[in-house]
Write a protein that binds this ligand. Sequence first.
Ligand code: GLT
Ligand code: MN
Ligand code: MN
Length: 389
Amino acid sequence: MTSNNFKPNPEHKFTFGLWTVGNRGRDPFGDATRPSLSPIKMVKELSRLGAYGVNLHDNDLVRIDASPEERNRIVREFKQALDDHGMKVPMATTNLFYDPVFKDGAFTSNDPGVRLYALQKTMRSMDLGAELGAHIYVFWGGREGAEVDAAKDPREALKWNREALNFLCEYSMACGYDYKFALEAKPNEPRGDIYLPTTGAMLGFIATLDHAEMVGVNPEVGHEQMSGLNFYHVVAQAIEAGKLFHIDLNDQKGPRFDQDLRFGSESIKNLFFLVRLLEESYDGPRHFDAHSYRSENEEGVWEFAAGCMRNYLILKQKARQFNEDAEIQALLAEIHSSAPEYSEPLGAYSRDRAEKIKALPLDRTELAAKKLPYERLDQLTVDILFGVR
Ligand code: GLT
Ligand code: MN
Ligand code: MN
């Protein structure tokens, strides 16, 4: 199989954050290892590689202290670059974590002045995203957490967070922006603990919002793995709930600090099932929220970006192979088979149905004796992933 089989094009809807390919390799222990790239250059290079678009925080494009004139000039030039290279901005978000003002939270800061500033910054950033054509708005509350639980009541923090999101849903509708909000969870880092630490917690919280229908989730591979969770299961639940509004694809070496590694570089089997699931039941952008190793120069950054897309397309091809494999399909049919009298759907409760179930001659020894050839099934999956089948 030649590499041409895995050539990305805009129909694949691959997107990258400006902060991802723009990552300069800084970490808490070391400074930048590569020079900064302009947003226009990133648009150009990503388009050349076959991406569909770029996503951004307000300050990835417009620095926090920019004058209105400067802001307008930057936006005009950026829009021109998007047009020139046929690139979209499907998602926008707010940087509510970098500036010192957010040192103890944005929407959940103890200080009402900071909470208002966070709201003001978000509304302005939503204006910017709408101007660039975004319809998905991500909320990653990196500073919405605590180290010192004596200082903040988490119930208060949740209420403040809810009030802010309710307000912003109304703002979006009043402006005719047509945004879908996507909430992104992370268990910790940069805070000792971040509130609403998993996508499951986010789903519970969303149900308490005034406009729950406008709000879904933006799960990130590494963030759920930091909590020791199975990302495939996380995403399946979000899809089943009709709440997968966006996705952050990357990779991670186990439950440690957030690594944002190249998609498909580590968790190959789990991401294989993920891609198979996304291809079956998710239509939105495939966004890579990852960055190149700190040891790379600019050339390595484009290698990294191409690698994310390539790995996705390889896994997509493997998913097709899995679905078309006669032996695998026969095994699945065997695994899912059961006596016809037990195969009708459970259906809604009725007294009659309950009585019938209670009277069934279910023999647990017979049920337990059913053969489950999972070893063979899993080995065939591994053979496919290893490329020997
Ligand atoms: C930041 C974070 C990501 C979020 C981005 C959106 S910013 O890089 O690590 O996981 O998705 O705010
Ligand atoms: Mn993310
Ligand atoms: Mn991350």
